[in-house]
Ligand binder design. Sequence first.
Ligand SMILES: Nc1nc2c(ncn2[C@@H]2O[C@H](COP(=O)(O)OP(=O)(O)OP(=O)(O)O)[C@@H](O)[C@H]2O)c(=O)[nH]1
Ligand SMILES: [Mg+2]
Ligand SMILES: [Mg+2]
Length: 272
Amino acid sequence: MLIETLASAGRSCFAAASLRRFSRSSAMAKSKFEYVRSFETDDTCLRNCYIVVRLDGRNFHKFAEQHQFAKPNDDRALGLMSRSARSVMEELEDITIAYGQSDEFSFVFKRTTTWFKRRASKLMTHVASQFSSSYVFYWKEFFGEQPLLYPPGFDGRVVLYPTNHNLRDYLSWRQADCHINNLYNTVFWTLIQKGGLTTTQAEDRLKGTLASDKNEILFSEFDTNYNNESAVHRKGTTLIWEKVRYSGVIKSAQFLQISVEDIPSMCPTSSV
Ligand SMILES: Nc1nc2c(ncn2[C@@H]2O[C@H](COP(=O)(O)OP(=O)(O)OP(=O)(O)O)[C@@H](O)[C@H]2O)c(=O)[nH]1
Ligand SMILES: [Mg+2]
Ligand SMILES: [Mg+2]
């Protein structure tokens, strides 16, 4: 077996290395292979910037179909995304805000974080792996006996924002994306599920319509006021730490689920 061969080779290397330790000075301890380290590139994130890691589900269009997600929004899937994001915030240091919608979640690290020496690849991979393993770990809590058919994956990217204004605009941008998609999807699926249209007919009906037209279709044809739809569906989910007092000492310990617009009033401007 290849694995066994490598393992026994590893053991004899180790024995040889131990012997050499007695015969060579510590200055000589570096192996001739050490130079390969210099191939690693420096990916330290610029100081003073907010580090944002955004994850997005890989091919979730297919994943949602195969796991029969409700259309346009599946509360089990959204709950599982938020639960996984909570696990990331609990396990990893210095994340102050997380914002999620659909199959994506953004995590905002403190400006001053020195976690993993601000190395982008370390931060991103820790967030992605903690999130992915939590998604699988907590699956049953949200989907019960419905089986997870294959392991889901999430891609990650790191973006730096130098000012509070930029960070707020970033979060507003993701929330605007949520709003635009959700309004479209809500009307689209209403036309199909309640109006009896085919997907092609619904697409044609919505071609070139503005937000006001979509609101009007919902209101006049289906007696639905879009503003009364669930806030989580319209605005996404924001997780922040809530400061709570334990015997006189203030600690950040609980999660609040709030709307992005409420962030400025909940956090001091120096940190957001
Ligand atoms: N039915 C349903 N589908 C969902 C829900 N949340 C996410 N999705 C699906 O997930 C997709 C996410 O979109 P994208 O991230 O742009 O596309 P993707 O298929 O994941 O492709 P890549 O991200 O490029 O890998 C949506 O288009 C939906 O098909 C949900 O609550 N219900
Ligand atoms: Mg995706
Ligand atoms: Mg997405």
